[in-house]
Design a protein around this ligand. Structure first.
Ligand code: 6AU
Length: 276
């Protein structure tokens, strides 16, 4: 896969064919951050507090909205206001994994109304091409109001021990990203995908954005199979954005810690593009 890992966020913002990816790179460049906080808090107050406090230091806030105990739609309205206040994007980590007909209903409408507030969502490739086709199609319908402001990441590999998201699975991720690049802007992955060849040729100006999770400065993993690397090593292995959850929100001083992740992630990025 063609990699733009040595190109600056500013240049990628100017060149990227997808409007939301351009916005993402503009945010990274202007706020000097490649941090995505995984705000896996289980109360509305916890989520909104962390979003407001960490907002200035992050490019994206990632949610699992279905883990909020006291969820009401007003939470995402407040989250949207905080995203505007602090200039970050919202990524709902829904990991869609069903047939096309079902994921369309889960994404657009339903109890959570995800398409109305999440700039970015992700899906797995387990069901095959149809899931990406279906989600792409939803954003291209006449009644879909946010087309240029929505995008999809494909979960191409996973950080958990023994994951089966490898080999043919990962290859199909790249195949579908190329085929549906009008909606897919990149991957959640922990390794570069440059060695993967697909039936669909490399695109002109191909620039898939790599989000790497399993990032933690202080820990190597948890007791449930999660495996961590540092912000520096993630960026060195090709991450454009580093996703960190407990390493930031579950420590005594999340703001100072978010600043630390931001500095380490940003310095590693500057070294990568030769501007350190
Ligand atoms: O930093 P943590 O371990 O507290 O949180 C990591 C976050 C969680 C996971 O659901 C998510 O990242 N995640 C993902 C994503 C983002 O899709 C993929 C994966 O392979 N591993 C992983 O931890 O919210």
């Amino acid at each position: 896969m063609a990699s733009k890992s040595q190109v600056s966020y500013g240049e990628r913002a100017q060149q990227h064919p997808h409007p939301l990816a351009r916005k993402l790179f503009e945010i990274a460049e202007s706020k000097k951050t490649n941090v995505v906080v995984s705000a896996d808090l289980t109360t509305s107050k916890g989520l909104l507090d962390i979003a407001d406090k960490l907002g200035p230091y992050i490019a994206v806030l990632k949610t699992h909205i279905d883990i909020i105990d006291d969820y009401q739609y007003s939470v995402v309205e407040e989250l949207k206001a905080l995203a505007a206040k602090h200039n970050f994007l919202i990524f709902e980590d829904r990991k869609f994994v069903d047939i096309g007909n079902t994921v369309q209903k889960q994404y657009h409408g339903g109890a959570l109304q995800i398409s109305s507030w999440a700039h970015i969502v992700n899906c797995t490739m387990l069901p095959g091409e149809g899931i990406v086709q279906a989600l792409t199609q939803t954003t291209e319908g006449d009644n879909f109001p946010h087309k240029d402001d929505r995008a999809l990441l494909i979960l191409a590999t996973m950080t958990s021990k023994g994951s089966l998201a490898t080999g043919e699975y990962t290859k199909l991720s790249v195949e579908c990203a190329r085929k549906y690049s009008r909606f897919v802007i990149g991957f959640v992955a922990s390794r570069t995908l440059g060695d993967i060849e697909t039936k669909t040729a490399v695109l002109d100006n191909e620039d898939f954005v790599m989000f790497t999770t399993g990032v933690n400065i202080a820990s190597k993993g948890d007791k449930l199979g999660q495996q961590y690397q540092t912000p520096k090593s993630a960026v060195e292995t090709g991450a454009d954005f580093i996703i960190a959850g407990r390493g930031i929100y579950a420590v005594p001083d999340p703001v100072e810690t978010a600043k630390q992740y931001r500095e380490e992630g940003w310095n590693a990025y500057l070294s990568r593009i030769g501007k350190a």
